[in-house]
Design a protein around this ligand. Structure first.
Ligand code: MG
Length: 273
């Protein structure tokens, strides 16, 4: 009896060891050795009975570098890195951008020189930018540290110094101007840098000019989700309802609010979607 129990225990140990080795070998095998390439887009057919039936290896995912600590990913289009304003023009007349190029990698709105916009046009994008309002607090409401970033040159994500500064909530910092109130107020103190990370899907129009799909905006402010796949109702008007005229790709525009709101920008890059 004693020997038979011992033999049974030994048998079980050998069995478990074999099973572990087999699992480790499976992990070490390259994908091509373990299975043929499977690509599919629909879940159909008979119910799979092995894990490999629902795993595929192609196409490979493109590799990029990180965007942590102010770095620009190596697959991004650099719009502003502090060295030049060459990629930008004055929005109203396409002349040279006249904002101040500072020596620290940033640029600042020059009083009443007008909005600036990228020379290049974009459709759907991931956009990163950093901004700050002046440390010196002047004026109030919409006239304190007001700027904004416009997707397709038409849809404004509001930039405003809202610290101890009340205004209408659908026009406060992080709002999609007069359309969507932000989910949270995530600003740094006046004079400190903020980040915006924006996912923009452009609206789609048919040949006749009718809108067939709304644009959407997702915005993270200093890493906090403040707009979650928000539907664009149309252009972000100061006075009037949103408009939905058909358009193609457009520039990224930065606002000169016209009230000496000397907002600064740095580290602007984009990835096309
Ligand atoms: Mg604005």
């Amino acid at each position: 009896m004693k020997y038979s129990i011992l033999i049974l225990v030994l048998f079980m140990l050998v069995f478990l060891s074999c099973k572990q080795n087999s699992a480790a070998e499976d992990q070490m095998r390259s994908p091509n050795e373990t299975q043929e390439v499977i690509t599919y887009t629909e879940y159909s057919g008979s119910e799979p009975t092995t894990p490999e039936e629902t795993e595929f290896y192609e196409p490979k995912v493109p590799r990029t570098s990180s965007a942590l600590n102010g770095q620009m990913p190596n697959d991004a289009i650099v719009l502003f890195d502090g060295s030049t304003l060459d990629g930008w023009v004055t929005a109203r007349d396409s002349t040279t951008a006249k904002w101040h190029l500072n020596g620290d990698g940033s640029m600042t709105v020059a009083d009443r020189t007008g909005d600036i916009q990228t020379k290049k046009n974009f459709g759907s994008i991931q956009l990163h930018l950093e901004w700050k309002s002046p440390a010196a607090v002047e004026r109030e409401g919409q006239n304190r540290g007001n700027s904004g970033v416009y997707l397709s040159g038409l849809y404004e994500v509001q930039i405003l110094d809202n610290n101890d500064n009340e205004t209408y909530v659908n026009g406060q910092v992080g709002s999609i101007y007069k359309q969507h109130v932000p989910l949270a107020f995530a600003s740094t103190p006046s004079g400190e840098w903020n980040t915006y990370d924006i996912i923009y899907h452009a609206p789609e129009f048919n040949i006749a000019g009718g809108k067939i799909k709304s644009g959407t905006l997702t915005v993270l402010h200093n890493g906090i989700l403040i707009q979650d796949d928000a539907e664009l109702k149309g252009t972000t008007e100061y006075i009037g309802w949103p408009k939905n005229d058909a358009h193609g790709k457009g520039p990224i525009k930065l606002q000169d609010h016209g009230d000496n709101s000397r907002v600064s920008y740095r580290n602007i890059w984009v990835r096309e979607l």
